[in-house]
Each structure stands twice: as structure tokens, then as C-alpha cells.
Design a protein around this ligand. Structure first.
Ligand SMILES: *Cc1c(COP(=O)(O)O)cnc(C)c1O
Length: 373
């Protein structure tokens, strides 16, 4: 019998740098009294992230949800937006908040990302953009998506909340599409407690986004757009600068956990790990497995069993966004049109993965899963 774990293990555990290293940043803020409004730490973090992520321009935000809202405003998107139901609910909420209509199309069975081959059939004269998600940090089929976008003159926005530092076959995935949005929420690979960012390709777009996150102020007396307050504070930006020093070693540790899961789970029938195709560099942000009919327990029975051992995996993404009440009445939310997303949603379980999860805890988790066979 596997040992009971004594302390609870959650699907993730926020990363924090050594506290004493944060004190000098705080002292600077206390001395300068610059607490927000794009101060020195904010500017330094933008520069440091451009370099680390190999992207041309970045605009920091208070969180990714507000960044998504601003991204659609910045591109003047109207009408319908083709998107995935297999994501965190903020993805589609950003559309509704902008008065846009989400049009859900099905996902690819291998990557669980938006299936490019399903997009064209969903395009109408009202379609103005595609909102895709690099789910679990696995890159979308960016080439096919861009081809369709070019053909129909659509904008492409990537919800890259899971894709911090991911490098695909053509460099950073964050440079794909018109805009990409990152999340620095506490549960993500790189966190600033709360935070987010938009990556853009040219200085005019960055300026527009920077105005949008600051109420639409262009200067002291001109307001040029219906902006919002989406600014990241100096506290969060300073933390980000410090976190950045440790993020590489955190990703290395995540990679070791990922490898251990794959090795140990490979002999268990009915548990499929998702491939890491098309990634020159992964961030190992999640560890999703699909529990199929060859496994003796249902996904939910296994989920409850792990919980009884104080291990708390998550069913990301169940329910699908299209099942929530504010979306379920849309024609595109019909289950019949989204068979693969529904199937994945019923099979998926995200196992715990975070840098200080020990490999013996990983072994313990796999032993509990294996013990039913
Ligand atoms: C976390 C997440 C968001 C929201 O990020 P916040 O920074 O918490 O607003 C959006 N989309 C996806 C796919 C996410 O995982």
C-alpha cells in the first residue's frame, strides 16, 4: 500500500524568492514613494522580460484578465470571435466584457488546442478575430491559424497565460499572432502575486496599450480611449524582477518532475500523458493526464481517491467554458459541435507539479494511481 501523505499536496504551490532578497526593493519604494504609475521597477521589469522572453515590446498589467480586455480594445475587435471552449473561463469572459460574441470551435485531440481545421467553417461576415490558447503551454498550430487569419483578414490574439518562456519551432510562441497575453498569477510558472502582460510587435501598438491600461490618458490633459485601470504596481513589478532570477531553476525542477511522471506513468494502462510536440523549450506549467476506458476507475473516481490521500489534482478544464450559464445558450456551445473538447474535459486530470514537489512525492502520487490496477 502506498503511504498516506501527511501534508496536503495541491496541484500547484506558488513560487517565492528568499524574503531577505526582497527587502532592498521595499526600502527603495519606501524611500522614493513611487508605488505605481509605471515607476522604475515597472520599467525595469518590462525591459528584463523583453530580453528574457525574446519579445520586442511588453506592457505589464495588474492581471491577465484585464490585459485580455485591453487587447481586444486595442485591436478594435467587433462582432464574433472564434475561440476554444477548453480553457479557463477568463478567456471567454474577456469577449463578453467587450460586447463580443464567442464562437466556440472544437479542439485538436492531440494538443487540446483550437483545431485550425475547424475554424473556417465557423467564419461568418461578422467574424473579426481568433482567440486561441496555448493550453498547458503547448503551442497552438500557429502557422495554420495565421494562414486562415490572413485569408479572411482576421486578427489573432493568443491567451498565452500558460506559455511563459515557451519556445516553439519558430522561436518564442509569444511573438505569434497580433497580440499575446501572459498571466503572472500566483499559480503560474512566473508570478508577481497578481500580474499579466501584453506582448506587441510595434511601438505604436505598445503606446496604445499603455494608454489603455491607464484610463486612456495620452498625456495630462488628453484622454484618447475608454481605458481601464490595468496598471501593475511597483510592489508586483519589483517582485517580478526578483522572481526572474530564479525562474530558470524553477523550470528545470518542473522538467525533472515532468520526466519522472512520464517515466513512472508509462507502464499504467489507461493513463495518457500529453505529448510535448513542437516545443524547443517547455515550461512544464501543468501535468495533464487523460484517464481513458482502459483505466479501472473513472476520472472522477480517481480524482476522489487522490483527494482521500490529501492529494488535490484539478480537472482543468472541466466544465468547459461553453457549459457555463452565460455561454451555454450560444449555438456554438452545443455539445454536438464540440465532441473532442467534451471528451477531453471528461478525461483530464492535472496532477500536482511545482518546483519544490519532491520526486518521492511524485512517486507516491503515481503509486496511489497504480494501486487500483
Ligand atoms: C490564469 C489564466 C487566465 C487569467 O489570468 P489572471 O492573471 O488570473 O487574470 C486567463 N487565461 C488562462 C488560460 C489562464 O490559465
Amino acid at each position: 500500500m502506498p503511504k498516506h501523505s501527511v501534508t496536503s499536496i495541491y496541484v500547484t504551490r506558488p513560487e517565492l524568492p528568499p524574503l531577505d532578497e526582497f527587502i532592498p526593493y521595499l526600502e527603495k519604494m519606501w524611500d522614493s514613494r513611487i508605488l505605481t504609475n509605471c515607476g522604475p521597477f515597472h520599467q525595469q521589469l518590462e525591459a528584463a522580460l523583453c530580453q528574457y522572453l525574446a519579445v520586442p515590446y511588453i506592457s505589464l498589467f495588474a492581471n491577465a484578465t484585464i490585459a485580455l480586455l485591453a487587447a481586444f480594445k486595442a485591436l478594435h475587435i467587433e462582432g464574433e470571435v472564434i475561440t476554444t471552449p477548453y480553457s479557463f473561463v477568463a478567456t471567454s469572459h474577456a469577449l463578453l466584457w467587450n460586447g463580443l460574441t464567442p464562437v466556440f470551435t472544437d479542439v485538436d485531440p492531440v494538443t487540446l488546442n483550437l483545431d485550425p481545421d475547424k475554424i473556417e467553417a465557423a467564419i461568418t461576415e461578422k467574424t473579426s478575430a481568433i482567440l486561441a490558447v496555448h493550453c498547458y503551454g503547448h503551442p497552438c498550430d500557429v502557422e495554420k491559424i495565421q494562414k486562415i487569419a490572413d485569408k479572411y483578414k482576421l486578427k489573432v490574439i493568443y491567451d498565452a497565460a500558460h506559455a511563459f518562456g515557451v519556445v516553439g519551432d519558430h522561436g518564442s510562441v509569444l511573438n505569434e499572432g497580433d497580440l499575446s497575453v501572459l498571466s503572472f498569477h500566483a499559480t503560474k510558472v512566473f508570478n508577481t502575486f497578481e500580474g499579466g502582460a501584453i506582448i506587441s510587435a510595434d511601438p505604436a501598438m505598445k503606446n496604445l496599450i499603455d494608454d489603455l491600461k491607464n484610463f486612456g490618458f495620452e498625456d495630462e490633459v488628453s484622454v484618447i480611449s475608454t481605458g481601464i485601470n490595468g496598471k501593475m504596481s511597483e510592489m508586483n513589478a519589483a517582485l517580478g524582477l526578483l522572481q526572474l532570477k530564479y525562474v530558470d531553476q524553477a523550470i528545470v525542477k518542473r522538467g525533472q518532475i515532468d520526466a519522472r511522471y512520464r517515466e513512472k506513468l508509462s507502464s499504467i494502462k489507461g493513463v495518457r500523458c500529453l505529448d510535448r510536440n513542437g516545443q524547443q523549450r517547455s515550461n512544464y506549467s501543468y501535468f495533464p493526464v487523460l484517464i481513458d476506458a482502459h483505466f479501472p476507475l473513472s476520472r472522477d473516481a480517481l480524482y476522489l481517491k487522490l483527494k482521500s490521500f490529501n492529494i488535490h489534482p484539478r480537472r482543468y478544464f472541466y466544465p468547459l467554458i461553453s457549459e457555463f450559464e452565460m455561454y451555454s445558450k450560444l449555438a456554438s456551445a452545443d455539445k454536438a459541435g464540440l465532441p473532442i473538447a467534451h471528451h477531453a474535459s471528461e478525461m483530464v486530470l492535472c496532477l500536482p507539479i511545482y518546483p519544490d514537489l519532491s520526486l518521492s512525492d511524485v512517486d507516491n502520487i503515481v503509486d496511489i494511481i497504480a494501486d487500483v490496477t
